[in-house]
Design a protein around this ligand. Sequence first.
Ligand SMILES: Nc1ncnc2c1ncn2[C@@H]1O[C@H](COP(=O)(O)OP(=O)(O)OP(=O)(O)O)[C@@H](O)[C@H]1O
Length: 262
Amino acid sequence: MTIFQVEDLGITFGGLRAVDGVSFSVALGEVFSIIGPNGAGKTTLFNLVTGIYRPGRGRIRLAGEDVTNVAPHLLVRRGMARTFQNLQIFFRMTALENVMVGNHLAERTSFLADLFAWPSVARQNRRTRARALELLERVGLAHHAETTAGDLPYGVLKRLEIARALAADPKVLLLDEPAAGCNAVETEAIDRLICQIAKDGVAVVLIEHDMRLVMKISDRVLVLAHGKRLAEGPPRVVRNDPAVIAAYLGEHGAREADRAHG
Ligand SMILES: Nc1ncnc2c1ncn2[C@@H]1O[C@H](COP(=O)(O)OP(=O)(O)OP(=O)(O)O)[C@@H](O)[C@H]1O
């Protein structure tokens, strides 16, 4: 079942078409990856679909509803959560508290109830805590619940961020480079986690530079180049597409040339 749809999305930065007429759709339970050489428009596309940027053209639909121009915090309540390329963790808080923050962001709490510490608030806090613990368990970090986030290794923090995003109970989860900076063992744990989340019925959309991870776990891959869709399909099809190979070789060639020129 298609849960998320992007139609002809575009944005221009001072004449540069960073995202130029991109369309795609993602179903519940699917892992959909967005790849492309540096500067292809991947992050801009994420920022468009999560409401951070306003598109110059196009539409975004979530669960059949038009959510184009809906603010990021309201999108979270409608079932869309994301993680960021750079960790957005509160390093002085425990792992559990970090996930509880995610829960609070997704809740509609009453200011008055909070102010007067009504019993309903205490009940709510207990529920939030129990739910945060459940989520830590789901990402394999329950044993780190009371550890200060600043003391946790990088790969664990990447999973903690995913747990926090899951606190919003998303139908669509967008992951911006979930394995960036992780070693092989940490990447493996993240790869299993992403597959499990999709199996649980969530639509997972990810940007990732680690091609092995992308090719292993994706159901479909969208390749961007210069803001446009270059190719889309299952990993084995995309991997052998001459246009995709040329786009990557082009980038690689440029890097080699940069190196040669010191
Ligand atoms: N806020 C902005 N203002 C002006 N130009 C921008 C802005 N954000 C991105 N761009 C430009 O838009 C293009 C796409 O950038 P974007 O960061 O989306 O690419 P990317 O595919 O995510 O790259 P990378 O893999 O390096 O993260 C680039 O040419 C970039 O310089």
